[in-house]
Design a protein around this ligand. Sequence first.
Ligand SMILES: C[S@@+](CC[C@H](N)C(=O)[O-])C[C@H]1O[C@@H](n2cnc3c(N)ncnc32)[C@H](O)[C@@H]1O
Length: 328
Amino acid sequence: MNLSSLDWAAVTRLREIFLEGGPQRRAYWTSPADLHAYDLTLGERIGWKWDAVLAELTAAGWKPPAGPLVDFGCGSGVAGRRVIAAFGAGQFSALRLHDRSGLAESFALGRARELFPDLPGSVLGAAELEGDGPLGTMVISHVLSEMAERDRAQLVRFVRRATAVLWVEPGTHADSRALIAVREALRGEFEVIAPCTHCEACGLLAPERAADWCHFFGRPPWEIFTDPNWSEFAQRLGVDLRSLPFSFLVLQRRSEGAASSPATGLSRTLGRARVYKGYAKIFACDAGGVGEVMLQKRDAPEHYKALKDGESPPLQRWRREGDRVRPL
Ligand SMILES: C[S@@+](CC[C@H](N)C(=O)[O-])C[C@H]1O[C@@H](n2cnc3c(N)ncnc32)[C@H](O)[C@@H]1O
């Protein structure tokens, strides 16, 4: 990445807007240069979160139903592009881009055409979006926190017309809880593909779990830690490049022949395991609920080491003895 000609003032201004959060009253993209600067920096970091989600989905053999791909709130279009790259342009009949900013739609369309020249791309205007036709697979990324309650409700109505949705948000308590609310609203019509290992009510809705949230950590590519451009980015914006928390949700409409989640019956680790001398505590989610379990180093030394190195897979099949677990 070469950031020497980057508009740092634009990236800084955008970052401040995102940190402030809350419903944005007007579009904040002021020029294609804003979108270009975002795409190379903040957008690329979001791309790494998508890489984590898509690696898991493709490893499990899941793919979205054939048909159009709609990137809602596309910004510079990074999320839609990552999804197309992961499943192949041939999986989709078209890319439809929607944003309240026309500048964003044009930028995202241009980038997609450069990368996927054979995939028909077009803007999805408000009139068509608000109609009642089917929408195909929807991609939604880092939009919820800037939407007012009314707009969120409308977005859920759009998703009801989708065959599948892939949705990634920042890994904050508020964003995770907002995604859980979406999951609860839609799980009657949709199969929950990920991150859940079951389709029952979310275990985090138990009153004693109110302070917890469903989040994970992406892994930036190792090269960035020796790249002077990324060091400059981190310094200028005060960003810790190692930390990439996100929440996500993948749903597929039941009438689309969705099989149950590839992770059904497994246990998912939420957040990061806490590793102590000789044992680790894991916040685990499965059909039985969400709670802390303990893994003893002597029961599973390799798994303990993977947890310590931050390399243990997010899904596990445990043998449980009370709170104590051993990987199967
Ligand atoms: C933080 S950016 C994320 C962009 C992109 N999805 C990504 O992940 O990089 C949020 C985008 O959502 C758009 N947006 C916010 N509220 C919207 C709404 N009600 N309808 C359509 N787009 C909206 C903004 O214009 C902006 O492009």
